[in-house]
Design a protein around this ligand. Structure first.
Ligand code: FAD
Ligand code: NAI
Length: 328
């Protein structure tokens, strides 16, 4: 019997590692506390359609990721999004076109991680509380008291604050994860019956409590009936208002939006708020992935590199590479 490799976290980092290990002939078993894959690249199903509340788009700068994105595009999982971009600064809204390629999952962001799940064994709704080593192999304990294993190696692909506890078998790696601060983001979605009278489809915001806004419906493959918008608050406002009620968050950010968007904003017919507690690392690292190869314990995620989809994917590849290297 081959003893599988466990991966905790079915976000893009965990799935990237899973794909690389499977390609090398290994059996992997994933665990995620969510009821679906994607983590911060997930899309929220709602009565207004599937909304990308986390990652909005991604760019590809590393050659390996460029090739991967092209492969996703060929499979129909990803497409280029060419929004009419604006910039809001010092109270001025100005068009801000550029030449950057920006990619999204189609018909929703989660299509990519969903595609990567094919042929992978995964336990959803399973929050791992402890990772421990028996005589020879690793075992996982979930929060419901269930035990999983044996596993030959474990890759932890969750945000740094959640990884710290799971890495307690190695104080060095646990200490590195504990040193990473992650900042929150309040996200809201608004839906309007009548399309807002603006050509804007995306906007980088400075100088108010919003950081970014996007017309979700302008992304390729979306078919929402309402004119849907996703708004992100700045990290500092989100931190200061972390325990505000969803209603109050919506009211405040809607007010900011109405002030800057430059057209009449009627009452939305649909609203939703989501709090990302660990949205982004407060600084970038160049760790690639963390590894204790002798123990067989690894960690990866956006926090090991740039806090972006590309960084998370590359980190998953690096964790797999280091694991495979040790087997040679
Ligand atoms: P995650 O996606 O967080 O995956 C970790 C997974 O682990 C999750 O599915 C979680 O449920 C699971 N998990 C956690 N703890 C446990 C446990 N104990 N047991 C089991 N499972 C567990 N990036 C861009 O490139 N462009 C953008 O425009 C962009 N915008 C963003 C906007 C927001 C609001 C947010 C929140 C993020 C944004 N990002 C963006 C960042 C991007 O989404 C992340 O960098 C990337 O998705 C991180 O992937 P990951 O696999 O490292 O982590
Ligand atoms: P990118 O190259 O499009 O954007 C990087 C940054 O450059 C933007 O944040 C913006 O400040 C600036 N910029 C880019 N194009 C611009 C334009 N046309 N006009 C004005 N400013 C422009 O994408 P990249 O590097 O892949 O970054 C991903 C995005 O994801 C960033 O905007 C980042 O802030 C966002 N992000 C948000 C998180 C959150 O929790 N809200 C978490 C992680 C990433």
């Amino acid at each position: 019997m081959t003893v599988p490799i466990a991966i905790i976290g079915a976000g893009i980092a965990g799935l990237s590692a899973a794909q690389a290990l499977q390609k090398a002939g290994h059996t992997v078993h994933l665990f995620d506390k969510g009821h679906g894959s994607g983590g911060r690249m997930a899309s929220k199903r709602s009565e207004a359609g599937a909304l990308d509340l986390g990652a909005q788009y991604f760019t590809a700068r590393d050659r390996r990721f460029v090739e991967q994105v092209q492969a996703w595009q060929a499979k129909g999982w990803a497409a280029e999004w060419k929004p009419q971009l604006y910039n809001y600064r010092e109270g001025q809204l100005t068009p801000s076109p550029d030449e950057q390629f920006r990619w999204v999952g189609v018909p929703r962001m989660s299509a990519i991680t969903r595609g990567l799940l094919k042929d992978v064994t995964v336990n959803f709704n399973c929050r791992i509380a402890e990772v421990f080593r028996g005589k020879q192999y690793w075992h996982l304990q979930d929060t419901e008291g269930g035990s999983h294993g044996p596993f030959s190696r474990v890759i932890i692909a969750v945000p740094a604050p959640q990884a710290t506890q799971l890495l307690s078998a190695t104080t060095k790696l646990a200490g590195m994860a504990a040193s990473v601060q992650m900042e929150p983001t309040w996200a809201i979605a608004l839906g309007f019956d009548t399309p807002l009278d603006t050509p804007m489809q995306g906007c980088f915001v400075q100088g108010c409590d919003l950081d970014w806004l996007a017309r979700n419906r302008s992304k390729p493959g979306r078919d929402e009936k309402l004119d849907t918008w996703v708004l992100h608050a700045t990290a500092s406002w989100s931190k200061q208002h972390i325990d505000l009620s969803r209603e109050a968050v919506i009211e405040h950010l809607l007010g900011n939006f109405a002030e800057l968007v430059g057209c009449a904003v009627p009452a939305p017919t649909f609203t939703l708020a989501h709090r990302w507690l660990y949205a982004r690392p407060s600084s970038s690292h160049e760790w690639g992935a963390l590894a204790d190869a002798d123990l067989g314990l690894y960690a990866c995620g956006d926090w090991c590199m740039s806090g972006r989809v590309e960084g998370a994917w590359l980190s998953g590849q690096e964790a797999a590479r280091r694991l495979l290297e040790h087997l040679e």
